[in-house]
Ligand binder design. Sequence first.
Ligand code: NCD
Ligand code: ZN
Length: 351
Amino acid sequence: MSDKTPITRLTIRRPDDWHLHLRDGEMLESVLPYSAAHFARAIIMPNLVPPVVTAEQAAGYRDRIMAALPDGMRFTPLMTLYMTEDTDPADVARAHAEGIATAVKLYPAGATTNSASGVRDFDKVRAVLEKMAEIGMPLCVHGEVTDHAIDIFDREATFIDRVLKPIRKKVPDLRVIMEHVTTQDAVDFVRDNPKNLAATITTHHLIINRNSILAGGIRPHYYCLPVAKRERHRIALVQAAVSGDPRFFLGTDSAPHTDPAKLQSCGCAGCFTAPNTLSCLAEVFEAAGKLKALESFTSLNGPAYYRLPPNEETITLVKGDPVAYPERIDTGAGPVTVFDPGFPLHWHVEA
Ligand code: NCD
Ligand code: ZN
């Protein structure tokens, strides 16, 4: 088969999602099957109300996720602890040692949905960060400053200078994941700093730019945090994702909110991409002429950075007629609109 023969079937190791919001209760029950259908494992975000702060809370949340998993489906939630200024290094170490928590999540206070208990004074969490470096537990970072004087489109780049560089200098052995990067600046920073640094990229940030949200009418379903940036940044993200560079991997940041919560005068941030993420990604990688790099991005680079084995099982993506997926799903909590990439999807995951 020559290189020019179009690929219409692609078998890859089963993917993992290195950044996922599953929520709780009825919403959890409704959205979990969409992730479990395609992903073996996911890093579960702890921004519930109240947040998942302690090892005990993480174990309880993990049990609720497993209880919500439909019979016959297999899925492993990799839990995270929400870092507060009161987080106890010993509790974090226990959660790690007992296999309850895979990582700790750092939200600058006020950065995004349910982040009010996040960190204001980074010196207050120094002991936790040092303990994590010692035990090799990764830190997942929401990389945006919350300073209202900083333009929202600049908050990620400013975070790198004001917060990330100082943390890495003070605790150089800490393994950091800069989550859902949205800028060329973040891509460059990760590329230029090979030690103990990686980044996740979402599905939607590979597809939308800020025009998608704001040009020709406001489209709340494309509003997420960090907010999508200019087209040149989207292109930088695509280049990083398809490059095969092991420091970039998928974290969908699928973040369901009900339509009433999105469609109001102050709507919630988040795109719900779980149902069609892999179809979207296959289109993006195919358009870049890099379908063969999809497996690295979805299934190999993440486990390597988290020091976990890649999944043994595989999935097969097949190209055909446009794939039907629901425009919105009904959840016990209300309707949730599914991410619309704005183009037809031709790749489906073979049952
Ligand atoms: C996330 C959510 O809704 O919990 N929203 C989002 O836009 N990504 C929070 C987050 O990850 O920032
Ligand atoms: Zn998120």
